[in-house]
Design a protein around this ligand. Structure first.
Ligand code: SAH
Ligand code: DHB
Ligand code: MG
Length: 221
C-alpha cells in the first residue's frame, strides 16, 4: 500500500470532523513565517489530544516542547474550569510565536510558557511541588526522552496520563544499528518504558499527513 492514501484519508477525516476555524491555519502559517520547522502534531492528532483532555478533565497539564503552540492550544481549549497548562520550551523564538498564538486564542490566563531546557525546568517543577499533573504530553527533543519520562512519572499521581510523541520514527526504531540520535533516544525510551513497573503502556502507530510515527500512551499506576 502506498503512503499517499494515509494523507488522503487524514484529509478526509479533517474535512469531516474538524471545525473550519482559521485559527489553526494561522498558527501553522505563523510557524512557517518564523522559519520554524513544520513539526507540530497534525490537526487530527491535535483533536486526539483534545479528546484525551475532555476525558481526563485535568486541573494541571504539562507539555514538553511548545513550538508554535499548536498542540498546546488544542489541549488548552478543552481544559475544565480552573484548569491550567504549563508548556516548556527552550527556543525563545518559539516561545514568542506560541505566546502570540495563545493570546489570540484567548487562552493567556490558562497557559503558561516556561522558557528553558526541559531537563533544567523539570527538577524545578518537582522542587517547587508544582505537581502532580493530571496529563503530560512529551514532545521536546528526542535524545533525553527516557529522562523526561522519569521526571514525568515523578510529577504524576496514580492515574496520570502521559503521552509521548514520535516514538516510532517511520519504523526506524526497528533498526538496532541506527546512528540517528533521535532514533536512538526513542529506542532507549521504548526499552525503558517496557521495564517501567510504575506505568501501564502501549504505543499507537500514527499515519496521515505527517510521516509514519507513533505515540506512547501510558497511565501511571
Ligand atoms: N508540541 C508541538 C511541537 C513541538 S516540536 C506541537 O505539536 O505543536 C519540539 C519543540 O521542542 C521545539 O519547539 C523545540 O524548540 C523544543 N525543544 C527542543 N529541545 C528542547 C529542550 N531541551 N527543552 C525544551 N524544549 C526543547
Ligand atoms: C521532529 C520532532 C517532532 O516532535 C515531530 O513530531 C516530528 C519531527 C523532529 O525533530 O524531527
Ligand atoms: Mg512531535
Amino acid at each position: 500500500m502506498d503512503k499517499q492514501i494515509f494523507g488522503e484519508v487524514d484529509q478526509y477525516i479533517n474535512q469531516l470532523l474538524l471545525p473550519d476555524d482559521p485559527l489553526w491555519s494561522d498558527i501553522i502559517k505563523s510557524i512557517e513565517e518564523a522559519g520554524l520547522p513544520p513539526i507540530s502534531v497534525s490537526a487530527n492528532q491535535g483533536k486526539f489530544l483534545q479528546i484525551l483532555v475532555f476525558l481526563t478533565k485535568p486541573k494541571k497539564v504539562l507539555e514538553l516542547g511548545t513550538l508554535g503552540g499548536f498542540s498546546t492550544i488544542w489541549m488548552a481549549r478543552a481544559l475544565p474550569e480552573g484548569g491550567k497548562l504549563i508548556t516548556l520550551e527552550f527556543n525563545p523564538v518559539c516561545a514568542r510565536v506560541a505566546q502570540h498564538n495563545i493570546d489570540r486564542a484567548g487562552l493567556a490566563d490558562k497557559v503558561e510558557i516556561r522558557i528553558g531546557k526541559a531537563i533544567e525546568l523539570l527538577p524545578q517543577l518537582l522542587e517547587a511541588q508544582e505537581g502532580p499533573f493530571d496529563m503530560i504530553f512529551i514532545d521536546a527533543d528526542k535524545p533525553p526522552y527516557a529522562e523526561y519520562f522519569d521526571f514525568a512519572v515523578k510529577l504524576s499521581r496514580p492515574g496520570t496520563l502521559i503521552i509521548c510523541d514520535n516514538v516510532i520514527r517511520d519504523g526506524k526504531v526497528l533498526d538496532p544499528a541506527s546512528t540517528d540520535e533521535m532514533v536512538q533516544g526513542v529506542q532507549r525510551f521504548n526499552l525503558a518504558l517496557a521495564q517501567d513497573k510504575r506505568v501501564d503502556a502501549t504505543i499507537i502507530q500514527t499515519v496521515g499527513l505527517k510521516e509514519h510515527d507513533g505515540m506512547a500512551i501510558t497511565v501511571v499506576r
